[in-house]
Design a protein around this ligand. Structure first.
Ligand code: BG6
Length: 495
């Protein structure tokens, strides 16, 4: 079912998934356990999957179907956030879980998968690539060679590819060419799960569903924007993957640049999938490309003490576990407004938010009472997680005689306003892929524009030796990240 305008579709959240088999490559990995399987189970719990829905896991280590079911049972119970676990529903869901072991370099594996798909006999197949990113090309080649990548009458074959899509601009292009040898573009779903988060989708509702914010949304009123995604966890057993990636590739190139594009893009003329994606792409293409000599001023790399001792990590690793960068957007709306973006592991808390700081009042009418600034700039905070919501900070008169001002805040909380659970990003995106709606998936031109924006930083860092570690676990990252903002007279919130 292709829905031309999913936003106009009142049943968007009640869409029913067609009969299908999801083949997960990397089924023993962290993503499958923490996100994919809990999301699929939750869809079953909500009766949104057909009874015949099947999942075929693959990874190298041999496992029987039952052993795979046991592993997934444990993972779902552990990682299912804010939902009840029901053993009966699990039992009927788990009946359709299967496993095929094999090496991704071995063509035999793909014949085995083909045979199993034949046995399962569901009309549609969704391949989900959640292996080490360096294997994506190999899997696509394998599917192509085994003749199991092509859609057929009455049944589609689709592929979902986890980020990072490529390792840099050139490899992203190569991967795209390789994928298109097997899958046509309309069956390719490049996932960026941040776009599936309710609070990220709400940025569009907030900006374009209200009349009062858009007039302020530009360089005349906005002083700067801070986008933070901090995590208190470290690499959690993903040392081998993370060492290849680092924070810039793992979080900034994809998640945070997509969030930035959502905050800064122009409204589309119509709310149709490609119209929205065109605007996001246009914004990403407008990001000013740093000159080599600007990189040390606009980008900071950090690594927490202890990263090098994590399993799978090189003892002299130069991988960034923290990145902060300043981006500018070269267009009429945003010229000269810094967008500060940062993300790191082992920071004081898990939080993702966007802080839009407006210019201070142009004239200080009220005297300072305590030597501090007489007034503070308005701040609009879009909270993506953990507590989804929006706050607006403004100055208010303190009760009592005299004119003492204090910042106060007006808050909207998803939880208390709607009183219902938001679906996880993976629930939303898995259903979207299965019903054929790519609105919340990225497109190749967006992926390439994001690589182009970070490529000067990647090039510069590849030629450098950092004096790592340079931040303590539980801190807000290296001092250079504060210095980057201080040069513009700004400070990170929370730091
Ligand atoms: C993933 C990254 O894409 O996003 C992880 O690979 C990171 O390193 C995760 O932990 C964060 O996602 P979320 O939804 O928990 O903010």
């Amino acid at each position: 079912m292709n829905v031309a305008n999913p936003f106009a579709d009142p049943l968007r959240f009640d869409r029913r998934v067609p009969e299908c088999t999801v083949v997960i490559f990397g089924a023993n990995g962290d993503l499958t356990k923490r996100k994919l399987m809990p999301a699929l189970y939750r869809l079953a719990y909500e009766r949104r999957l057909p009874a015949s829905f099947a999942i075929l896991g693959n990874s190298r280590t041999p496992l029987s179907d039952d052993a795979f079911r046991d592993k997934m049972h444990e993972a779902v119970k552990r990682f299912l956030e804010d939902s009840p676990f029901d053993e009966d529903i699990w039992t009927s869901f788990a009946r359709n879980l299967y496993f095929t072991a094999g090496d991704l370099n071995d063509p035999e594996l793909f014949s085995k998968i083909g045979a199993k798909l034949g046995e399962l006999c569901r009309p549609n197949v969704l391949y989900y690539l959640s292996t080490q990113p360096s294997y994506y090309g190999t899997v696509v080649d394998g599917l192509g060679a085994a003749g199991i990548g092509e859609s057929r009458p009455g049944g589609w074959r689709r592929i979902v590819i986890e980020k990072p899509f490529g390792h840099d601009l050139e490899s992203a292009r190569e991967l795209d060419t390789r994928i298109h040898k097997v899958f046509p573009e309309e069956e390719v779903y490049r996932i960026d799960h941040y776009l599936g988060k309710e609070a990220v989708q709400n940025i569009l509702a907030f900006r374009f569903g209200n009349g009062i914010f858009e007039p302020l949304w530009n360089r005349r009123y906005v002083n700067h924007v801070q986008i933070t995604a901090s995590e208190s966890i470290g690499v959690e057993g993903r040392g081998a993957y993370y060492q290849e990636a680092g924070a810039l590739r793992d979080m900034i190139q994809n998640h945070l640049l997509q969030v930035m594009a959502t905050v800064a893009m122009e409204p589309s003329a119509v709310f149709e999938p490609d119209a929205v994606r065109d605007e996001r792409a246009k914004l990403l293409r407008s990001i000013k490309i740093m000159k080599p000599e600007e990189v040390p001023l606009h980008a900071v790399a950090g690594q927490y003490r202890g990263f090098r001792q994590e399993p799978g990590v090189d003892a002299a690793s130069q991988t960034d576990t923290f990145t902060a960068a300043t981006f500018y957007v070269d267009n009429w709306r945003w010229a000269g407004v810094p967008f500060y973006v940062r993300s790191g592991k082992r920071m004081p808390k898990r939080t993702t938010d966007i802080a839009i700081q407006f210019n201070t009042a142009p004239h200080a009418l009220f005297a300072s009472q305590d030597g501090g600034p007489p007034t503070r700039p308005n701040l609009l905070i879009l909270r993506i997680q953990p507590e989804e919501g929006i706050s607006l900070r403004f100055m208010s008169k303190q009760p009592g005689s005299g004119m003492r001002l204090r910042p106060v805040s007006m808050d909207f909380n998803y939880g208390s306003s709607f009183g219902e659970r938001s679906p996880s990003a993976y629930e939303t995106l898995l259903v979207d892929a299965m019903v054929g709606d790519a609105t919340l998936y990225t497109r190749q031109d967006m992926v390439e524009a994001s690589w182009r924006a970070v490529q000067p930083v990647l090039d510069d860092w590849a030629s450098r030796r950092f004096d790592f570690p340079n931040y303590e676990p539980g801190s807000w990252g290296p001092a250079e990240a504060d210095a980057m903002l201080a040069r513009n007279g700004h400070r990170w919130r929370n730091s």
